[in-house]
Each structure stands twice: as C-alpha cells, then as structure tokens.
Design a protein. Structure first.
Length: 75
C-alpha cells in the first residue's frame, strides 16, 4: 500500500489543474461574457492562479497539452 509513484516535476510548474466552475461563482464581468452557460472549466497553475477559462473539459486538457503542461483533473 505504500508504493511511491513519480507524479512529475511539480516544482517546475508543468502541472496544471482542471476543474469545473459554476459561472455564478465568477465575477460579474465574466458572467456577462457567457450568457446562458451554467459552467466553465478552469485551468489553474500549481500556485492556484487561474490561467484560463474554457467551455469544455476536453478543450481545457487540449489547451494545457498544447502549452507543454501536464493537466490533472480536480473535483
């Protein structure tokens, strides 16, 4: 049960976290740009900074990979 796994170079900043975000929790100026959409997917850096918001989960992963980042899903 205590097996070590290599999870990548987090210190390097290559890991980003993908999570679903309800649009009503976002600032008003962002909500105005996405009328009728109930949720988006956020790409966050290891420091918690939101780097991007996109409409689809698959697009968030594709965006991360195209920028040589390692996406990880967060609930």
């Amino acid at each position: 049960m205590n097996t070590k796994h290599e999870i990548g170079d987090i210190e390097n900043g290559n890991t980003v976290y993908i999570r679903r975000v309800e649009t009503d929790s976002l600032p008003a100026e962002i909500q105005e740009q996405v009328p009728g959409i109930s949720s988006l997917y956020a790409v966050h850096g290891v420091d918690g900074e939101r780097l991007a918001l996109v409409r689809e989960r698959s697009l968030a992963f594709m965006l991360a990979r195209q920028n040589d980042l390692a996406p990880v899903s967060v609930h």
